[in-house]
Design a protein around this ligand. Structure first.
Ligand code: X2X
Length: 368
């Protein structure tokens, strides 16, 4: 009996072990599988907004960006450039907002046009603050530039690179401008950003803000006596057809920012983001070079030739304007100082609007 019990115990034990073994052999339960991330499907086409037309340096840069994006993403991302403000139908100061809402995917946009929505962008419109390319580059690549990109991102737009419109020069059909008094009573078209109205009123002129599209018609019809824009706009628009006089006062500058709606940006996998960023940096470098040809210390022309292997059609913009009959005025240091003094109240009024902190960052970037 005892033996039978022992056998039974052994059998039970063996069965138990066997059963346990069986359970152990059961294929391990698969860890719950995460639902696979849906493969990225790009839109058939992304839109890109530009205020000016395709022949402007800025318009050419935007097209180069679209071409490089296509190339670097092996055709996955197609960007169509909408020139002449087609995407915002007239009001260029709405461009940033439309991009933050996702109506516009990408833009090559001027800081002037974005400043009503991003007040920090007015930094570049402070009269006689930045003055030269060295300072401009220091700001763009420094703390102030970073702060501006952060301010944009809070509003749903990601900055990819700094391109350029350039230092703005004043033109008119009446007489050479050498001193503040020369602006008195003249009608100027200015951009739709309030700091421009302030500057021109402060100088005794009669400013009217107009979008770029209307501005060209106003030049043609002689509704205004003058306007202000950089070389990369003056030459393509053939400003000599309307205005004989240009003064190189470099009073302020507008960078062009290559940017994208944040949701669109976040929808891209990282390899696509990297490819787009590379295209932005490269096209912005090309366009910046083109805007600065003959106006800087020679760096732009050298880079244009050596890095891009291109020989520019026009290498001396100032001479080009003279060849087309324009009278070019360069200010003496004393004349320039008179303009600085005359616009000081506007400078002081706008610093707090832009943010003392940001202005200080910019000064630090410039080594001041
Ligand atoms: O409207 C202008 O003057 C222009 C083309 O330069 C800008 O969009 C800021």
């Amino acid at each position: 009996m005892k033996k039978a019990v022992s056998i039974l115990v052994v059998v039970v034990l063996v069965l138990g072990v066997f059963a346990a073994g069986l359970t152990g052999c059961k294929p391990a339960q698969k860890p719950e599988e995460k639902p696979a991330k849906p493969a990225f499907t790009p839109k058939a086409e992304y839109n890109l907004s530009v205020v000016v037309g395709p022949t402007f340096w800025w318009g050419e840069g935007a097209q180069k960006f679209a071409d490089l994006v296509k190339k670097y993403t092996d055709g996955k991302i197609n960007i169509k450039v909408y020139y002449g403000g087609q995407l915002f139908k007239g009001k260029q100061t709405n461009e940033f907002q439309l991009m933050s809402q996702g109506v516009i995917d990408f833009a090559w946009g001027s800081t002037i046009n974005w400043s009503p929505t991003v007040p920090e962008c007015n930094l570049f419109s402070l009269p006689f603050f930045i003055n030269n390319y060295k300072n401009l580059d220091a700001i763009e690549n420094g703390e102030a530039g970073k702060a501006i990109f952060e301010a944009m991102e809070k509003k749903g737009v990601v900055g990819l690179a700094w391109a350029e419109n350039g230092f703005r020069q004043i033109t008119n059909s009446k007489h050479p401008i050498k001193e503040p008094e020369d602006l008195r009573g003249l009608k100027f078209r200015v951009v739709g950003s309030p700091i421009f109205i302030d500057i021109f009123k402060q100088l005794g002129a009669d400013p009217t803000s107009m979008s770029w599209g209307d501005a060209v018609t106003a030049f043609q019809q002689g509704v205004v006596d003058g306007q202000e824009n950089p070389m990369g706009v003056l030459i393509p628009v053939k400003i000599w057809q309307y205005h004989k006089y240009v003064t190189r006062w470099n009073y302020l500058v507008d960078p062009v920012i290559v940017a994208v709606n944040k949701k669109v940006w976040d929808s891209f996998p990282s390899d696509i983001q990297q490819a787009i960023k590379k295209a932005a940096v490269e096209s912005a470098r090309w366009e910046k070079d083109k805007c600065r040809l003959g106006l800087d210390d020679g760096t732009a022309l050298k880079d244009f030739k050596e890095h891009f292997g291109e020989t520019p059609e026009i290498t001396d913009y100032v001479k080009y304007l003279q060849d087309h009959g324009m009278v070019v005025t360069n200010l003496t240091p004393k004349e320039r100082q008179d303009f600085i003094n005359a616009t000081k109240p506007v400078f002081d009024k706008w610093v707090p609007k832009i943010g003392v902190d940001l202005v200080n960052k910019a000064k630090k970037d410039m080594g001041q």
